[in-house]
Structure formats: structure tokens, C-alpha cells
Ligand binder design. Structure first.
Ligand code: AMP
Length: 547
């Protein structure tokens, strides 16, 4: 018999501290010896951690950061692959009211530099093999005092410190200070179509919504073993790979390896995973396997599968029904919303290609270009009425950009959608040029800037193009300086450069050389025109184009 857990005991004595709620509070509720995390490494190595251990390790991290002189409100980044230290440090920083920014471990120099200089980060946690990258940019980061390293035994000079050494003498009984709901907690950088990435800042209060959605949408139970495949560099890996499930005392798997169908399905089977949160690209990649592959595995403990990050194609839903006899539940949300806002869920009919409905208390609307609610079934901007618990509280140090996301009492998500007669929401696309490649938002601006650094490249314009596997792929148009020619060597260089400067996800899949990149009279790249050209569709209004 499975026992649903209620959420009424989440906040005790007005303590909203996420680090405390996910660890000490769970121990107080009787889960000290319960498994919090089974970590499985890329080569199958494992380690298991109870809530009591999570509490002690995170307390030590809190102590380490404070003893180094970091104070509440300082920014601390985590730049690691999925290893147990990510979770200890994340929860420890929050316990100490330090703002924590989780980063993708495949970020390049420029991506790191942008985020660290924008936030004025005081410390970063990394592994030894990433040191070179960090030391290359350190000179441009005067506020960065410490680089903590998980896999060196001794401190090196110049603020490069061994985390294990610091942890070995740190007391493990740190008590998180009473933390009001609006205290800043997590900082997630997200890409826009213009300018540098912006840091969406959340408050500790977000735990209320993350916890609620874990109960109401994912419907996690006390005896579940849950696996969220998302990396902590993406908001899903934090809201639903850390805060939501642990605030509810749920045992989790964290897998440090990459996508591999056999490894994934052995994990689902052997660990007896009961609830699984993943993404459409991964599901589409799995769909390439023959049906016989899936018949090898006994997935009888698996109760529910959820998806987020990109549109969930109807074919994927139908495939899930055919192979697993299950619906795959779509969930829609974004970095700024902090938690699921619109979803289908167990117990409700799933309509393939439809995202589902807003959660109770979440007011979502489709707003037409004239600012009024769009008629039923008509496409418009997907907006939310501000005020939900996990709403971002700022774009860190960019008040003007934050304010620009709110108009006439609505938060504009940047997505377009439609709502049907029954109140279901259907995703249509983005209203900006941001590229969603396998669930990761890539800024065309960042890729364009990196391409301009390649010798011989005069201009570049980067767009999203449809892709059957990745949802969207990155396509780069380039024009060359007089006397310079694009060739295979330059293309290889360009790919490597974008990967090193921005990230592997941002690396263009395709390059197209043009004589000129279309621009407005004021010099803005007309990505819309490039896209139409790529797709062979109408160019639309080109009256502002500089011809
Ligand atoms: P991020 O902030 O990186 O998590 O990206 C959020 C964006 O991913 C949303 O604004 C959407 O464009 C897209 N997205 C997230 N979930 C879904 C979904 N279920 N269906 C379609 N697009 C989604």
C-alpha cells in the first residue's frame, strides 16, 4: 500500500530555507535513515546517501563557505558534472543563505565569464580538469576570491582550494538561520535573443510551488524511487532534481553518465524506478531503438513518465502507450516560472500534442498582439498572472529587463500558444529568436558573437531550424571579409570555437555562406529573413531592411 505524503508540514516555524527543508527538516520528520540519493557514476560506480548524510555534508559545505568569508547574498557557482558534491554544495550554500548558481559543465570560457562577471560571483566549485578554463578567465573576474576543487587533496596557491581538505575539518551541525520567503536562493542564467544571458533569481519561497507540483503533478509518494534525467545546469535539474523531491522526502537516483539507451533502461529496471521525469529529445532518441530492445526489460515498478523542455510530439505519446502501456505526461514551465505551471497528469485524460491545463491557482492566458485576451483557439502570447510562489524575483542586477517582461498585469513568457474550448493549452512556438535545441535554450546572439571572433568572418546571423530529433537545430549564416574564403578548415575551427566559447549545445549544425547578412537600416541582423530564406517561405515585411 503506497502512502501519499501531505505537504502541510513543509514549513515549520516560518523557516523557508530550502537547504534546511530538504535535509534537517526531513530528518526531523523521521526520514534521517531514509535514502535521499543513490548516485550512479558513468562507469556504474555508486554511492548512497541518507537524508542524515545529506544534512551533514551540506552543513559542512555551509560552514566552509562562511568560514571563507562569503556572506548571505553572495553568489557562489557550481561548475561540475553530476557528482554528489553538487548536491551537498547546492544545499549547503542555501543553508547559509548564499545565492547558488548551478552551471552546465560543458560551458565554454565566454559563457562562464559572462555569468560570473555579471553576477560578481565570489566563489566557484569545480573539478581539477576545469581549472585551466577557470584560470584563463580569472584575471577578468576581480570579485572571484576562491576556486574550490572537488578532486585535489591539497590547497594550491592563489585561492585554489581543496574542498575535501576544507570539509575534513568543518563541523557538520550547522543550523540554517531563520530564512524569510523572499530571501534570494537560486540564480539560473537563461539565454535571450539579444544581449548577454540574464540571471533569473528565485527566492526560498519557491519551494512551496516546487513541493506542491511534486505532489499534484508528479504525484510522488513516500516509497517512490524517482529519477529526473535533467542536468543541474538547467532549471529542471534543480527544481525537480533537487528541491521538489527532497522537500517531499522522496528518494532519488542521480545518474552521472550521458545518454545511453541500454544504460538508461538497465537503470530503470535494476533500480526499480517508479517515477521518471525526462525530455522529448531523449524520448525521441529512444524511439530509434527497435521494439524488441524494450521487451528485454521489466519496467513493472515504473508508474509514471513525465516530459518537459520542448513540445512533446504526439508520436512520442503514442509510442509510450504502445510500448509501455502508459501515457507520457507533458509539463510546461521555464526558468522564470521556477516550477511547473501547465501540465497533464496522472488521473486525467492525455490529449497527444496538448500541454494540459494550468495548475489550480495559476492563471494563464493567451494575449493577442493588441494586448487583449485572444479568442479561443487563436494563437497569441502565453502569459501568466504574476504572484505564484516560484516566480522569479529579479533578473539579477537588470531591473529594466525584469520589468519589461510584465505588461498590463501579465507576465509574458516569450512563448506563443493557444487555448481550446476546454481550457487546454497547446504550444505553438517562441515569440523571440531563442533557439530551443534538445530542451536547451541557446542565444543566437552568443553564437553570432563567437563566430565574429573567427579570422576572416565579417558578419554572422544565427537561427533556429526545425530538426526531427533535437526539435530545433542551430544554423549559422556567415559572410566573409574581402579576400577571405570559407573552407572546411574554417568550419571546423568555427565549430570548435563556439563549443569552447559558448557550449557544445550551441555549436551550429549547419553553416551557410552568404555575400551579405541581411540587416535593418539600424544594423540589426534580420534573423527572420534568414529563417525565411532557409525554410523557403515568404520574406514578410522587409521595408526596414538595408538593401
Ligand atoms: P528553460 O527556461 O530553459 O527551461 O526553457 C523554457 C522554454 O522551453 C519555454 O519557454 C518553452 O519555450 C520551452 N518548453 C518548456 N516546456 C515545454 C513544453 N512542455 N512544451 C513546449 N515547449 C516547452
Amino acid at each position: 500500500m503506497v502512502t501519499p505524503i501531505s505537504g502541510h508540514d513543509l514549513i515549520a516555524d516560518n523557516q523557508y530555507n530550502i537547504g534546511h527543508i530538504c535535509t534537517r527538516h526531513q530528518c526531523e520528520l523521521g526520514r534521517a535513515d531514509k535514502l535521499a540519493m543513490k548516485w550512479i557514476g558513468p562507469r556504474g560506480e555508486t554511492s548512497s546517501h541518507t537524508f542524515a548524510q545529506l544534512d551533514r555534508e551540506s552543513s559542512k559545505c555551509a560552514r566552509v563557505l562562511l568560514d571563507l568569508g562569503l556572506v548571505p547574498g553572495d553568489v557562489f557557482f557550481i561548475f561540475l558534472p553530476k557528482v554528489p558534491e553538487v548536491y551537498f554544495a547546492f544545499l549547503g550554500a542555501l543553508k547559509a543563505q548564499i545565492i547558488v548558481g548551478p552551471l552546465f559543465s560543458n560551458f565554454g570560457d565566454e559563457a562562464l565569464l559572462d555569468r560570473m562577471s555579471d553576477s560578481g560571483a565570489r566563489a566557484i566549485l569545480a573539478r581539477k580538469s576545469y581549472l585551466k578554463k577557470l584560470l584563463r578567465i580569472r584575471g577578468q573576474l576581480p570579485e572571484l576570491k576562491y576556486i574550490l576543487v572537488t578532486d585535489i587533496d591539497e590547497h594550491q596557491g592563489d585561492g585554489v582550494l581543496s574542498l575535501p581538505k576544507l570539509m575534513s575539518t568543518a563541523p557538520d551541525d550547522f543550523v540554517a538561520p531563520l530564512t524569510p520567503p523572499e530571501t534570494p536562493s537560486v540564480l539560473h542564467y537563461t539565454s535571450g535573443s539579444t544581449g548577454k544571458p540574464k540571471g533569473a533569481l528565485h527566492g526560498h519561497r519557491s519551494v512551496l510551488m516546487q513541493n506542491r507540483t511534486v505532489r499534484e503533478v508528479l504525484q510522488l509518494r513516500d516509497d517512490d524511487l524517482y529519477w529526473c534525467t535533467a542536468d543541474h545546469g538547467w532549471v529542471t535539474g534543480v527544481s525537480y532534481g533537487i528541491i521538489g523531491p527532497w522537500s517531499q522526502g522522496v528518494s532519488q537516483i542521480h545518474f552521472g553518465g550521458a545518454y545511453d539507451p541500454r544504460q538508461w533502461f538497465e537503470l530503470l529496471q535494476n533500480e526499480k524506478v517508479t517515477a521518471w521525469y525526462t525530455a522529448p529529445t531523449a524520448l525521441r532518441m529512444l524511439m530509434r531503438e527497435p521494439d524488441e530492445f524494450f521487451r528485454e526489460f521489466d519496467l513493472s515498478p515504473l508508474r509514471d513518465i513525465f516530459s518537459v523542455g520542448e513540445p512533446l510530439n504526439p508520436e512520442v505519446v503514442l509510442w509510450g502507450r504502445r510500448l509501455f502501456g502508459k501515457d507520457i505526461y507533458d509539463t510546461w514551465w521555464q526558468t522564470e516560472t521556477g516550477a511547473i505551471m501547465i501540465a497533464s497528469r496522472p488521473g486525467r485524460e492525455v490529449i497527444p500534442a496538448c500541454m494540459g491545463r494550468p495548475l489550480d491557482g495559476i492563471e494563464a492566458a493567451i494575449i493577442a498582439d493588441d494586448g487583449t485576451p485572444a479568442p479561443v483557439n487563436e494563437q497569441g502570447s502565453l502569459c501568466l498572472k504574476p504572484g505564484w510562489d516560484s516566480m522569479f524575483i529579479a533578473y539579477y542586477k537588470h531591473e529594466d529587463i525584469y520589468r519589461s517582461k510584465f505588461k498590463n498585469g501579465w507576465y509574458f513568457s516569450g512563448d506563443t500558444a493557444r487555448r481550446d474550448e476546454a481550457g487546454n493549452f497547446w504550444f505553438m512556438g517562441r515569440s523571440d529568436d531563442v533557439i530551443n535545441t534538445s530542451g536547451h535554450l541557446v542565444s543566437p546572439f552568443e553564437v553570432e558573437s563567437a563566430l565574429l571572433e573567427i579570422e576572416g568572418v565579417a558578419e554572422s546571423g544565427v537561427i533556429a531550424a526545425p530538426d526531427p530529433m533535437l526539435f530545433e537545430k542551430v544554423v549559422a549564416f556567415v559572410s566573409m571579409k574581402p579576400g577571405c574564403e570559407w573552407n572546411e578548415d574554417i568550419e571546423l575551427k568555427a565549430r570548435l570555437h563556439v563549443s569552447n566559447r559558448v557550449s557544445t549545445m550551441a555549436t551550429p549544425q549547419e553553416f551557410i555562406v552568404l555575400g551579405n547578412i541581411p540587416k535593418t537600416k539600424s544594423g540589426k541582423i534580420m534573423r527572420r529573413v534568414l529563417k525565411a530564406r532557409y525554410l523557403g517561405t515568404e520574406l514578410g515585411d522587409i521595408s526596414t531592411m538595408d538593401v
